[in-house]
Ligand binder design. Sequence first.
Ligand code: AMP
Length: 285
Amino acid sequence: MKITTTVAETRALVRELRAGKRTVGLVPTMGALHAGHLSLVRAARAGCDAVAVSIFVNPTQFGPNEDFTRYPRTWEADCALLEQEHVDLLFAPSAAEVYPVGASTFIEVAGVSDRLDGASRPGHFRGVATVVAKLFHIIAPNKAYFGQKDAVQVAVLRKMVRNLNFDLELVVCPIVRDPDGLALSSRNRYLTSEERKRALVLSRALRWVEDGAARGTMDAGQLIRGALAVCSEEPDVRVDYCKVVDPDTLEDVSDISAGALAAIAAFVGTTRLIDNVLLPSSANR
Ligand code: AMP
């Protein structure tokens, strides 16, 4: 695995990886890698000739009172995991490399960026879209891999790729969970063992929604009320939002017959966790 830290050396290496029309898959991450990230790397390995991973804790996607400085950084372990997955290129730039002094160009995907997590984290998706657009320009992958775990990010980036004519395929991979249902997240490291138990209420609430939908409840309001009732079993978990929306526009839907995204965000202690489930349309149920 080659490790690069500058845009110039990354471009040079990507040119080599592309030689002979080989395809390149990109997996953008913020490091602190877990099995969810590795599922994206494996999908890229299966779908492309060469795999590039980026590790960059992107300052512009953190709010002033968020966890940028204490976000977990596990460089040695990350490198070892990516070596094992036979990753070809690891791009790990500094903040100064990505945002040189005077950088003042940002990507704003209006509408979707202000919904769900975007409403709770103003400016977050402006930072995400900007850094991902930069990675797309630097690496020019044929395919880029993202997790369904971050459903709003998927909606924002799908729209960005469409609107800005990026010539690549965006591949979305399913959520990887621990056996007890907790969606894997780098932020799970913040949880005490007691909080981790409480955090299971997110996936439990979504399972309730999934079961309700499978049994034929199409009324989104009823599904949300049920999910919130499940959440109230853990009074120390503070729900930020619990919504049933159109997966592309992220606008609320009242009826899930055509398919929908059920998404939840909640604070467990000071840790903000997110989870979601895609509800199939009744035709595909
Ligand atoms: P992050 O390092 O949190 O920015 O995540 C990097 C990529 O991994 C994003 O596309 C995430 O959606 C994806 N990801 C994070 N957690 C999971 C998970 N539990 N299952 C699948 N993909 C995930």
